[in-house]
Every structure is written in structure tokens, then in C-alpha cells.
Design a protein around this ligand. Structure first.
Ligand SMILES: Nc1ncnc2c1ncn2[C@@H]1O[C@H](COP(=O)(O)OP(=O)(O)OP(=O)(O)O)[C@@H](O)[C@H]1O
Length: 483
């Protein structure tokens, strides 16, 4: 493949910064641009809006970070010179983990560029500097990376985005999701069962006390960005809804889809996918332990569950099996989450148990295996979860457990697996279609608790707890009546 001139240009054709960025690209051992980079970089450098759809792990981050570094550099020959406090490049991501990773990549790719690089990951602790205009010093900020919640909070406190030259929505289909932020609250579980709904609030960096959907938050953000700014949307799964919404967000965008399988928005074909029937819920723990005993669990591996309670419970079970295991979900503190990510990156942790919090965008490069302990509730979630392996041309493996209670969602996932060239049994493809009347995210499924503690012991513990509560209440009543 021949190198495009904008990748390997010895002359400084862009603002005099391309040599530094070029060196950083080479230091990252990127020998040639990925297909999505070939399309997006020149288009965005021309300041044309862009929609980019390409498989998981195919280099979308570089496709928008590289041109953003150029467009946000100050001063730009085509644009007005920089002012104190201004923010020129803005990147949004749905989770703190992804935002932090993008910020790290910006710093890596932008290091040593003439005039320096001023970039910031927006957080509660540094928001006041950004609002007050002191972040980035006199030249302002080249790049600000944020989750929607943090940015809307800062806008409400006075942050201005009227100098933004480029705004990128990574995981655009998630960021343009109109579902109410409070839809996913968990109803109280019944005795002996755990009631599970998608913990969508886990997408955010902390318990999301906002009832606003991501879409409503994006509406606020985009109304602050000047109409002259270049806008770009990226995802492995650009849905028809995104394209519909894009009509009101972008102007005459170039809409590019890179597919590596027969299906657009499908699974990455570098991943060998397998569906594993485990009978009932209890069969899952047994299946994990068998994979370990048979040497079939190849670390580094990620195990996805559908709620933080379940992730924590599995962590409690596997912790004592001698596996180096850690857990990440929205119920953990920011520092515990950062620590879990860092340990997994370093290889100190072999198996990371998690929720959908890290299903999107997060690049743990050498992950060999993804296990879906709980069947994802949609094909989109499936594609993103398994996309944590098989990245940048590496091979990966994904095993998805299913029980006799999972048949409703199985057909969609079986179809995705089939379309990406892996084997599935015919009966799975012939299962009845999922009823349209039910919104998968609003269905409260009940899964049995993850535990090896016998039910009898659990009931005994529960009865003891109830007796304590009862006695406490009685005691309170009698003290009030004495008063
Ligand atoms: N041109 C390139 N050559 C080699 N490796 C690359 C190149 N561009 C990116 N990579 C590497 O590929 C990996 C995946 O890239 P990236 O995280 O951008 O994927 P993505 O398409 O955004 O995936 P997802 O949809 O999961 O967010 C990263 O480790 C990145 O360093």
C-alpha cells in the first residue's frame, strides 16, 4: 500500500506540526493508516463534517485525534488567533474510562508539537480552571475531553464553547441515545433472586444523578458549539437513528462505512466467536471453573456481566480460586476504577470482571478473550463487548454463555456470529423473533444469584437478618411509646 502524502510528508505542510505528530505515529508502530484513518483524516483536515463507521479496534480514535490536533492548534493560518481561555478541540465519550484513554492518546500523539499541546480531561476537580479560563494558560486549550455529564455541568456553571473548531462524538450511537437516564433504576429484588435491568447509569463516571438522557445532554453541548465548527460522529455501530439525528447536527457530511464482515456494524472478523449452553444460571459458575481447570481461559481476559451486583458477586467467587482477578463497575470509587484499569493494563490482573461500563471503546490491546457471562441484551452491546478483543489486527476469542431463559435474545446474537463467519447451530437462527412490543432495556429479567453458598444457608442468614430488623423496629416502637 502506498502511503498517502498527509501521513508521510517530509515537508511541513500542516501548520509546521506534522513532523512531530508523524514521529509520534511512528513511535506507536503505526506503519500505515487504517482504512478509516485514510478516509477521515483528509476529510476532517478539509474541515468537512464526517460520519465514520468501522469495526471495533480498527483505529477510529486516531482517525479523529490526528486531524483534531491539527485543527485545534493555535494559531491556525485559516482561523482566528487564539485567546485566553478558549477551547478549540472538543471530544466527547460516554464513559470516564474511554475519555481518559482518548486523553492519553491525544497526549501521546501531540507530544513535542511546535507551540506545545494543551489538553485536559475534564473532571470535577479541574472544572473550575476550565470555567475560569485559566486552563491552558494564555493560549487556551487545544483539546478538551469529557463525558457529557461533566461538560453539561461545566456549561451550567459558565463554561463557553464558542471558540470550538472541531467537535467529535466518539461512540456516537450511545451519545445520541434518547433513553431517559433514570430508566434503569433497579427495582427491589425478591427474596432469593436478583432483579436485573441494564445499569445504564454505569456508563457515566459516577452515579448519574441526572435524569437527562445522553441525547438531551448532547443537545445542550452542541447548541454551545459555533455553527462554523467541524463536527464528526464515530462508532462501530452507526445506527439509522444516528444517521437521522446527524441530519440536524452535521452539514453535508462524508458518510463512510468500513466493514470487515459481510454485515455493516457487525462483529470484528478477527474474533472467533462461540455460544455455550450452560443449562441454568448455576451452570455459569461451573462453566467458568471448567474453562480455568482445562486451561481454556487465556488471560488477559474480560468477563462481562449485566449488573454491578452480579459483577461483584462473581468477583467474590473467583477471588479465592487463585486467579488474579479484579472487578470494575460504577459502584466502585473513581480511584478504585482507575486502579483496576491500570493493573489490568500492566498485567498484574489476568481476568477483569466488569459491566458494560468498559464495553465501549476501551482499548486493552492484548486481551485474548472475552466471556459474556450474561448474554447481552442487544446485538449492539454484543458487538461492542466482544470488540475488547481482536484489536488492531490481532486474533481474539469470545465465548458467550446462554441459559434456557435466554432464548429471546439468542437469535439476534446467533445471526451476528453467523454473519461474521463463525459457526452457529441452525435452530438458533430459527428461533422466534424478539417481540417488538417489549423494549429489551425495560424488561426486568430475573437471574439467580451468583453464589456457591447453599440456598439453605442463605435462607438461614436472611431469616436471622429479618429477625434482627424486626427486633430493632420493636425496640424503637417501645422507646417511642415510653417517651
Ligand atoms: N494505523 C495504525 N496502525 C497500527 N495500529 C493502529 C493504527 N491506528 C490505531 N492503531 C491501534 O489499534 C488499536 C485500536 O484502535 P482504536 O482504539 O482507535 O479502535 P476503535 O476503532 O476506536 O475501536 P472501538 O470501536 O472499540 O472504540 C489501538 O491499540 C491503536 O493504537
Amino acid at each position: 500500500m502506498s502511503f498517502p502524502s498527509w501521513w508521510k510528508n517530509e515537508e511541513s505542510s500542516f501548520l509546521g506540526v506534522n513532523k512531530a505528530i508523524q514521529r509520534n505515529i511512528e513511535n506507536g508502530r503505526w506503519k500505515e493508516p487504517k482504512p478509516i484513518q485514510m478516509q477521515a483524516i483528509p476529510t476532517l483536515l478539509e474541515r468537512r463534517d464526517f460520519i465514520g463507521s468501522a469495526p471495533t479496534g480498527s483505529g477510529k480514535s486516531g482517525a479523529f485525534i490526528i486531524p483534531s490536533l491539527f485543527l485545534s492548534s493555535a494559531p491556525h493560518h485559516k482561523l482566528k488567533s487564539s485567546r485566553e481561555g478558549e477551547i478549540r478541540g472538543l471530544i466527547l465519550a460516554p464513559s470516564l474510562e474511554l475519555a481518559a484513554q482518548l486523553h492519553r492518546e491525544i497526549e501521546r500523539l501531540g507530544i513535542g508539537k511546535p507551540g506545545g499541546l494543551s489538553s485536559l480531561l475534564l473532571s470535577r476537580s479541574n472544572a473550575s480552571q476550565v470555567i475560569g479560563g485559566s486552563a491552558g494558560g494564555k493560549s487556551g486549550l487545544d483539546m478538551l475531553v469529557s463525558t457529557p455529564l461533566r461538560l453539561v455541568d461545566a456549561i451550567e456553571k459558565g463554561l463557553r464553547l464558542n471558540s470550538v473548531r472541531i467537535v467529535v462524538l466518539d461512540e456516537a450511537d450511545r451519545l445520541l441515545d434518547a433513553t431517559d437516564g433514570k430508566r434503569a433504576r433497579k427495582p427491589k429484588g425478591e427474596a432469593g433472586t436478583e432483579s436485573i435491568v441494564e445499569d445504564e447509569e454505569e456508563e457515566e463516571e459516577e452515579e448519574d444523578d441526572s435524569s437527562q438522557s445522553f441525547l438531551a445532554q448532547m443537545d445542550i453541548v452542541l447548541s454551545e458549539v459555533p455553527s462554523t465548527a467541524t463536527r464528526a460522529l464515530f462508532s462501530a455501530t452507526v445506527t439509522p437513528t444516528v444517521r437521522f439525528l446527524a441530519e440536524s447536527i452535521l452539514r453535508n457530511p462524508l458518510d463512510v462505512t468500513i466493514a470487515n464482515s459481510g454485515s455493516v456494524g457487525g462483529a470484528n472478523t478477527d474474533i472467533e466467536q462461540e455460544l455455550m449452553f450452560v443449562g441454568k444460571e448455576q451452570g455459569k459458575l461451573l462453566a467458568i471453573r471448567q474453562l480455568v481447570q482445562r486451561g481454556q481461559l487465556h488471560p488477559p481476559a474480560i468477563i462481562f456481566l449485566e449488573s454491578k451486583n452480579r459483577a461483584q458477586a462473581l468477583f467474590g467467587e473467583l477471588l479465592y480460586d487463585g486467579i488474579h482477578v479484579d472487578v470494575i463497575h460504577a459502584g466502585r470509587s473513581k480511584s478504585a476504577r482507575e486502579n483496576a484499569v491500570a493493573k489490568f493494563r500492566r498485567g498484574d490482573t489476568w481476568v477483569l470482571i466488569c459491566t458494560d461500563l468498559v464495553a465501549r471503546g476501551v482499548d486493552f490491546r492484548a486481551v485474548n478473550m472475552v466471556i459474556n457471562y450474561d448474554l447481552p441484551s442487544s446485538g449492539i452491546d454484543y458487538v461492542h463487548r466482544i470488540g475488547r478483543t481482536g484489536r488492531a489486527g490481532r486474533k481474539g476469542k469470545a465465548i458467550t454463555f446462554f441459559t434456557e431463559g435466554d432464548f429471546e435474545n439468542l437469535r439476534t446474537i446467533a445471526n451476528i456470529i453467523k454473519q461474521s463467519g463463525c459457526n452457529v447451530e441452525d435452530w438458533m437462527l430459527n428461533l422466534p423473533r424478539k417481540s417488538n412490543k417489549k423494549n429489551a432495556n425495560s424488561v426486568v429479567r430475573r437471574r439467580e444469584r451468583i453464589s456457591t453458598t447453599p440456598e439453605y444457608d442463605r435462607q438461614k442468614k436472611r431469616r436471622r437478618q429479618q429477625a434482627i430488623e424486626h427486633n430493632k423496629k420493636k425496640l424503637k416502637m417501645s422507646t417511642t411509646s415510653q417517651e
